[in-house]
Design a protein. Structure first.
Lengths: 398, 603
């Protein structure tokens, strides 16, 4: 079965992380999200990939090339203008033949266990188009927009999440369609959303219930959820033989520490956590659970890191504290930086993304810092701070 | 739901055909049969019972043939009898048909065919297909024209397959909505309702789409459009990954599948003929004393019904657990023994039934599996028609039994004058709302129930509280919890708690409270007092209730206002889902929990 992966979107709400990369290239525990999707497809025997790319597509092309290294074949379709999912799918029509069934995968999802094998199982049982569905993720509201009947047929997919209307489930971004999808799309104004009506009413679309944890990367804080989800699979510590540990370091719990990492004396590493290749951890550093540090980072003396994701080549100056935050590639955080992660009244933290105020629903949230930004010494960042890529914040010196 | 399998091969196929139909048994198992061609004659072997049982009776695997069809049935139209089993012949035995699905216009077609001189041997909708094929073949002289012409007359959703002496080398099959798939082997071709049937023999498959038919021989297949007759080219696809199990109809577990089937099983229960309900109501009315009997879930079903009987029909009818029946019950000619059983083979209930009959009691039952011991041995049986229930835990069959019992209660109330004609009308209306209310819980409350289960699954001790009928509902919800999560959950009446059990309450013992709608003032107030009592002892309370969010609950599942009559049903479903998602969080074996079996047929 061929797999059509949609990876062209701009991911505007993931600003500033998508300013400098396509959304599926956001790294988690040393690999882009897209790697986890391709691995899942390989596990179910699907190695023939057609990928629609657009926003900063060269970053995907340069990383995966023709897919040979991963043992898959990748054909790219370039979509420079962004005109919706329906158009992106239609641009691949000539890669398929009538009667053929194929996987359709949105490239901004992350899942525990293999969502593709579950979808295939339902498909093999129903022998008809299938959409993977899942109960809404943890955050309120607890209802979705997809309803199913007793034979797992989808009865409706509503546009807006309104309680009176909706169903318990949401679409999980993995489908198995047949060639008639192209026809349905054309008849529905080339819109995926408008196609759901005829797909559900005329053609019969079945749901495949995915019961494991699932995350859709819509907003910056979802990167932290996704990171936690990946770390759930860490069962024991895994420290590479080349890691240099000075005396008096301790590693507690399932920490994954890659090649040529240096742990200086006094550092305490508490798993689950991940430390990428070549990273230097200074004296008396405390790495708390659910922290992912990219490759070639430098973490200065006395730094505390908790529930955060640091991309590659990040510098964190001495006596800093980074918590509930995501820090982009080549970011330079000066001495004594603190990302404050809650208000004193424990209010829900709002973020300003593309001039819109967005409620995170969370009471603990730090900062989101774009690639190559520089934050000068002694800055204290308010909860929900967003710093654009390449922005410089001067030292805070009296 | 039924299962279809077929094979055309170069050598004998009966052993493989038996395996193929056995693999479909989860789709139904009340009767089974095979049609084979030897010496240009079709022979049909069929009987009632499971696939293995029919094989013993009819020696299916001892036959020899290179072409054949098989079927495993779950009755929809017509009872479970040998005549109603598939395959079906027409009049001149030239066509043998197996079918899955429903022919919705079969009565009209049947009448026409009878008028044309055809004789029918069964009560099934299926039998019109071979007669129609026979008729159209006579007109057209071509099997393919016959299949197209037959299709033009059939309405409904179905898949069927047939063999015919007019073309003894090929199997013909067609699909409208019910699934059909071909499997391409090296010297044989398979067809089945799903790939589960033949996956051990071949992984190369071809899916038949709606409005297509196929003609298959031992080495080739042709697919055509039913409407136009145009040939369709389709390559085989290899199932690259071997499915663990595709037999749950696409659901991750049978339990979730059966929970989702409840709106339909309730509808079926509501469509059971009124005269059967009346008959049972009048039996209760005539007899001096009635016992509601069941064990495990069916005991709680009886207990729920006990409250309905008292409240609506003003008659106290005790629920007695089957296993304790003979130590408690007073049995004579004026007694009615009324039991519920999914399998109809429950040992304890059968034993109680025999005890009651020995004492001269009249007996009646509500049973899901046709032809079972309880259905045969009771004087009167209502078949609940809930379809196969595979998960060890009863969900849909329990709800169907409750619905049927509630119908009987309302009928009895009308009969003995405790329900006025206007109330009767109102209650009938409320009954009709059960399927939608059930669907509403599934469509709107699964997310929050899952969230609560996710955050509480580490708790090892639970108290499930309710008062009145909600006590019985709490007991059933607690049983579900115990069965599937292996956690300790105790169902109890709210008033009973403070006479002892309340000493258990601490921060590690959680309480789930089934609160009635506020309209039931006394019951509501008393239940809320229990909530206060638990909270005062630092207990954690999950509230199932109506109306607005309330800070007294630590977690809450809020329902829409529904008539008090059906409110317990709404809470029962929430209880099923809570047990389910707690078990998911704990990684339990949902469909086959440790130490449990589907029907307990031993002492």
């Amino acid at each position: 079965m061929k797999s059509l992966i949609l990876a062209a979107g701009r991911g505007k709400n993931l600003f500033p992380l998508t300013e400098t990369r396509p959304k599926p290239m956001i790294p988690l525990c040393g690999k882009p999200i897209l790697d986890y999707i391709i691995e899942g497809l390989i596990e179910t025997g699907n190695r023939d990939i057609i990928m629609v790319v657009g926003h900063q597509s060269e970053k995907i092309r340069n990383y995966y090339k023709n897919g040979e290294e991963l043992g898959v074949s990748i054909q790219y379709i370039e979509k420079k203008e962004h005109k919706g999912i329906g158009n992106a799918i239609l641009s691949t029509e000539d890669k398929f033949v009538p009667g053929e069934h194929f996987f359709l995968v949105y490239a901004d999802i992350l899942f525990e266990s293999n969502i593709f094998s579950d979808t295939l199982a339902t498909y093999n049982s129903k022998l008809a188009p299938v959409a993977s569905i899942t109960l809404t993720p943890k955050i309120h509201p607890y209802y979705g927009n997809v309803s199913i009947d007793q034979s797992i047929g989808i009865t409706k997919i509503v546009n807006q999440l309104e309680e009176a209307q909706g169903g318990s489930y949401v679409l999980a971004g993995v489908f198995i369609f047949d060639y008639t999808l192209f026809k349905t799309l054309k008849e529905s104004g080339r819109s995926m959303h408008k196609s759901f009506g005829p797909l559900v009413e005329k053609e019969r679309l079945f749901g495949s219930i995915f019961e494991h944890e699932w995350i859709d990367l819509g907003y910056p804080w979802n990167v932290l959820d996704a990171n936690r989800l990946k770390m759930k699979s860490f069962k024991k510590a895994n420290i590479d033989g080349t890691v240099q540990m000075e005396g008096n370091c301790s590693v507690i719990g399932p920490a994954v520490i890659e090649k040529n990492v240096t742990l200086s004396s006094g550092s305490v590493i508490k798993g689950p956590c991940y430390i990428g290749e070549g990273t230097y951890i200074g004296n008396n550093v405390l790495v708390r659970p659910n922290t992912s540090i990219g490759a070639n980072c430098i973490i200065g003396y006395g730094v505390e890191l908790k529930n955060c994701v640091l991309f590659d080549s990040v510098k964190v100056g001495r006596l800093s504290c980074v918590a509930d935050s995501v820090v982009g590639e080549n970011v330079d955080l000066g001495t004594g930086i603190i990302t404050v992660n809650h208000t004193q009244e424990d209010e829900i933290i709002n973020l300003k993304i593309n001039d819109k105020i967005i409620k995170s629903g969370l009471t603990k949230l730090g900062s989101f810092i774009g690639d190559q930004a520089k934050v000068g010494a002694r800055n204290t960042l308010a909860p929900g701070t967003i710093i654009s890529a390449r922005q410089t914040i001067p030292h805070n010196i009296s | 739901m039924c299962g279809i399998a077929g094979i055309v091969g170069l050598t004998n196929i009966t052993d493989q055909l038996f395996r193929c139909v056995k693999n479909l048994e989860y789709r139904g198992y009340d009767s089974c049969g095979m049609a084979l061609i030897t010496d240009n004659k079709i022979i049909i072997k069929k009987n009632i019972g499971t696939v293995d049982k029919v094989n013993k009776l009819e020696h299916l695997t001892e036959q020899s043939s290179k072409i054949g069809l098989a079927h495993t049935r779950w009755a929809t139209h017509g009872g479970v009898t040998k005549d109603n089993s598939h395959p079906h012949f027409g009049c001149d035995r030239t066509f043998a048909v197996v079918h899955n699905g429903i022919i919705s216009n079969y009565q009209i077609l049947k009448a026409k065919l009878i008028e044309a001189g055809h004789t029918f041997n069964s009560e099934t909708d299926t039998e019109v297909i071979p007669h129609l094929l026979e008729e159209t073949y006579k007109e057209e002289g071509s099997v393919e024209r016959a299949i197209q012409k037959t299709f033009n007359q059939l309405e409904g959703t179905y898949a069927f397959a047939f063999i015919t002496t007019h073309d003894p080398e090929n199997i013909y099959c067609a699909r409208i909505d019910s699934p059909l798939v071909l499997g391409i082997g090296s010297d044989r071709i398979f067809l089945a309702s799903d790939t589960n049937s033949f996956i051990e023999y071949t992984q190369d498959i071809i899916i038949l789409n709606n409005y297509e038919y196929a003609i298959i021989s031992d080495d080739s297949y042709t697919i055509k459009d039913l409407r136009s007759g145009d040939r369709i080219n389709r390559e085989t696809q290899r199932i690259s990954w071997t499915p663990g199990s595709t037999d749950k109809g696409g659901f991750p577990t049978y339990m979730l599948k059966e929970i989702h089937e409840q709106p339909v099983t309730v509808k079926t229960a509501l469509n059971i003929e009124q005269k059967k309900i009346k008959k049972l109501a009048s039996m209760i009315n005539q007899q001096e004393k009635t016992y509601l009997v069941g064990v495990g879930t069916t005991y709680y079903v009886s207990l729920i019904a006990q409250y309905y009987f008292s409240k609506l029909a003003k008659k106290y009818i005790p629920a007695v657990a089957s296993d304790e029946f003979e130590y408690l019950a007073e049995v004579n000619k004026k007694t009615l023994f009324l039991c519920s059983s999914q399998s109809g083979e429950t040992y304890d209930t059968l034993k109680a039934l025999r005890f009651a009959k020995d004492g001269g009691a009249l007996s009646a039952s509500i049973v899901n599996v046709a032809g079972s011991s309880i259905s045969r041995e009771t004087d009167f049986t209502i078949m609940q028609g809930s379809g196969p229930e595979i998960c060890v835990l009863s969900t849909k069959t329990a709800l169907a039994q409750i619905t049927i019992l509630l119908r009987i209660v309302i009928e009895l109330g009308k009969l003995n004058g405790s329900i006025s004609p206007s109330q009767y009308k109102k209650y009938q209306q409320h009954l009709g709302e059960i399927p939608d209310v059930t669907q509403w819980v599934l469509d709107h409350r699964m997310g929050v129930i899952r969230e609560i289960a996710n955050s509480c699954f580490h708790i090892k001790n639970w108290l499930f509280l309710g008062r009145g009928i909600y006590m019985a509902t709490a007991m059933e919800a607690a049983l579900k919890m115990k069965e599937v999560t292996y956690l300790h959950a105790e169902g109890m009446a709210g008033g009973f708690m403070k006479h002892g059990t309340i000493s258990l309450i601490d921060k590690d013992t959680y309480t789930l409270v089934l609160v009635p709608p506020e309209k039931e003032k006394e019951l509501f107030k008393a239940t809320m007092n229990n909530v206060e009592e638990v909270k005062a002892r630092n207990g954690f309370v999950v509230g199932l209730h109506y109306g607005k969010e309330q800070s007294i609950f630590d977690k809450e599942i809020i329902f829409n206002e529904v008539p008090p009559l059906i409110a317990p049903i709404q809470e029962l479903i929430a209880g099923q889902l809570f047990a389910y998602y707690t078990a998911i969080s704990l990684g339990r074996n949902i469909d086959k929990p440790r130490s449990l079996a589907k029907s307990v047929t031993v002492a």
